[in-house]
Structure formats: structure tokens, C-alpha cells
Design a protein around this ligand. Sequence first.
Ligand SMILES: [Zn+2]
Ligand SMILES: [Zn+2]
Length: 83
Amino acid sequence: MGYASYEIYRNGEKIQAGYSVETVCEEASCEEQIDRGLAHLCGETPGGDEHGCGGYFCGNHLYMSLTEGIGDLCGRCVTPVPA
Ligand SMILES: [Zn+2]
Ligand SMILES: [Zn+2]
């Protein structure tokens, strides 16, 4: 049992995830090399949950959410801070 590599379903599509799986940041035009570990996940649950889309993003495109317990979120999922 480990989290290095495992399969998940995201939007009905089976993908390989885990920190040993290399990928690039899913932000359009960003080519930062990352892995599909939880550290790069948008939200808390691989495959997506009610807060995050389940995408994988680099440190520049993942934001600390203001709400505890929902994980870091990408620019599309993070709750906009009221001006
Ligand atoms: Zn997201
Ligand atoms: Zn990025």
C-alpha cells in the first residue's frame, strides 16, 4: 500500500496519479514539470471533489485556500477574495 502511483477516475476517464507520475502543470501555457502527488492536487480528493477540480498544478498556479480542510486550489476553483 502506497501512494506513489495509483489509478483514479476523473471526469469519467481513468488516469494514473501519485507522486511518481510525472506530468506538466495543467494551467494552459504553463509547462512546469510536476508530479501527480497530493501536493499538486487541486482540492483534497484525487479525481476532484466539491471544492477542487482534481487537476494538477505547479506551485505558481495552486493557491492556498482561505478555508481550512479543503486543500489547495487552482485559479479556477479558489474562492475569489471579496474586494
Ligand atoms: Zn481546480
Ligand atoms: Zn503552472
